[in-house]
Write a protein that binds this ligand. Structure first.
Ligand code: HEC
Ligand code: HEC
Ligand code: HEC
Ligand code: HEC
Length: 361
């Protein structure tokens, strides 16, 4: 079953004005942004839920996680703290947005920095750091690391399970919560902020893909190998990363289109992302027909028109995708998805270079 969709051909001049060359392959369902100006508040689409009052900062993690911290220091996420505000482009964006000081106004802080609140004052303390992805640590840092008051060897299996359950309930986002982790990546990397893109001239998101973007410079799987190896994702785990990544791209993109109020670059770019993601997911559905949830996600994405002034239906579609993603992460571990392998980008596509483990000692 195909959901309905408004399919109207965009005129070539509009395409050109938003940066699609006339030769760019025009896909069958080109997107239309009719619709009136919408008036509603801007709830952020995918903001990272890290309460500044509960941020402990990367130095606190470094006490035990030295290897992971060293890996992080080699990333753009670390460097952005110093380097971004020095760029001419950054200051131009800030000026267009009426931001006087990049490091003291929430707009840029929310994606480029880790902000800590101390004595009622908010301060950027690092770039995108541990807690930007694993969530603010204050409530779980002790729980997750104390082996239920015993030692690694004497803690029982039941105690260990209870410990992780408690850490999760206090907001810790662990590798096993792949969907939550991915939502954080896309919440920043889709750049779901209309004004920032249209008025500020900020990039309308990254050409993000979860396997290649997590397996390069960002990779820090050194803990469970006890610092011996920075373990690449296994073939089965890559399938999960690939599929969940595409699904979260779709979900985030649909929500982002839902916030579009004017026929400008933001709306077009976000709609283009959605269209691309659903085509890739349609290919994945064909390659792994034993995972019926994939085709259902695609169906949801066609159930609401990619147009202005359509937030309610788009949100419902995104919520549908979200439920499916949660159930995929519960039901599958990738072992039955070998069909996806030919679609997954190879190691040569990894974004940046992963740090080798062990070079600390
Ligand atoms: C006092 C030492 C200590 C500190 C400080 C600490 N951790 Fe840990 N961390 C551990 C231990 C121990 C484990 C492994 C527990 C296990 O395997 O059962 C762990 C495991 C983890 C894991 C992997 C969880 C999993 O499911 O495999 C993550 C992610 C993590 N820590 C993140 C952090 C972050 C982020 C911080 C800072 C906010 C931090 N840790 C601070 C000791 C610490
Ligand atoms: C919704 C998240 C988000 C917000 C808010 C945001 N950025 Fe970005 N920014 C990104 C992402 C993601 C990238 C990387 C884009 C890419 O992959 O090319 C980026 C890249 C940049 C770059 C180019 C890379 C670099 O570091 O030089 C500049 C400059 C920049 N942002 C400035 C700003 C400024 C100034 C603000 C505030 C006015 C801001 N950004 C707000 C997410 C955001
Ligand atoms: C850009 C997001 C991001 C940042 C920043 C980040 N992590 Fe992670 N972390 C992840 C992801 C994603 C995984 C799991 C990857 C996977 O499933 O293959 C992970 C896995 C881990 C693990 C488990 C490693 C293992 O051996 O299995 C630990 C421990 C950890 N992170 C700690 C940290 C600490 C400490 C910091 C800060 C220095 C940090 N992380 C910064 C996203 C991040
Ligand atoms: C809090 C916002 C935020 C989160 C969460 C986040 N990123 Fe980023 N990421 C950024 C920004 C901003 C940049 C650009 C930094 C710069 O160059 O100044 C970036 C840059 C990167 C780069 C370097 C890109 C390049 O140009 O080489 C990679 C790779 C990356 N992110 C991967 C990830 C992955 C994988 C995740 C999730 C596990 C993630 N990011 C989560 C904001 C974020």
């Amino acid at each position: 079953m195909q959901g309905w969709e408004v399919i109207i051909v965009l005129r070539a001049h509009i395409l050109r004005s938003i940066g699609f060359g006339p030769k760019a392959p025009l896909r069958s369902s080109v997107l239309c942004f009719c619709g009136l100006l919408m008036i509603f508040g801007f709830a952020a689409v995918g903001t990272v839920a890290s309460d500044p009052a509960k941020i402990v900062g990367p130095n606190a993690c470094a006490e035990c996680h030295k290897q992971e911290v060293e890996a992080w220091k080699g990333t753009h996420h670390f460097q952005t703290f110093r380097e971004m505000p020095r760029r001419k482009e950054a200051n131009e964006i800030a000026e267009r947005m009426g931001v006087q000081r990049i490091r003291s106004e929430t707009l840029c802080l929310s994606c480029h920095y880790t902000v800590q609140e101390k004595e009622k004052k908010q301060q950027p303390i690092a770039g995108i750091s541990c807690e930007s992805c694993h969530s603010a640590g204050e409530d779980w840092i002790k729980v997750h690391s104390q082996f239920s008051g015993k030692t690694e060897k004497t803690e029982s299996k039941a105690e260990k399970e209870a410990r992780w359950k408690l850490a999760d309930s206090k907001g810790m986002i662990r590798p096993s919560s792949l969907y939550q982790l991915a939502k954080n990546c896309y919440g920043c990397h889709v750049v779901p902020k209309e004004d920032l893109v249209n008025k500020g001239g900020h990039a309308a998101g990254s050409a993000f893909e979860l396997v290649s973007w997590s397996q390069g410079e960002v990779r820090h799987n050194t803990w469970h190998s006890k610092g011996k190896e920075n373990v690449p994702a296994s073939a089965t785990h890559k399938r999960m990363l690939y599929l969940i990544g595409l699904g979260v791209e779709l979900e985030t993109g649909i929500r982002a289109v839902g916030q579009a109020t004017v026929r400008k670059r933001y709306a077009f770019e976000m709609a283009k992302r959605v269209d691309q993601a659903r085509k890739q997911l349609a290919a994945a559905a064909k390659a792994a027909p034993n995972v019926p949830e994939i085709a259902k996600m695609v169906e949801y994405s066609y159930s609401a028109g990619l147009k202005l002034n359509n937030e309610r239906s788009l949100t419902a579609a995104a919520d549908g995708v979200s439920k499916l993603l949660a159930s995929i992460t519960e039901k599958y571990d990738g072992s039955t998805m070998a069909g996806l392998d030919s679609l997954i980008p190879g190691p040569d596509k990894s974004k940046g270079k992963a740090r080798e483990a062990g070079s600390l000692n």
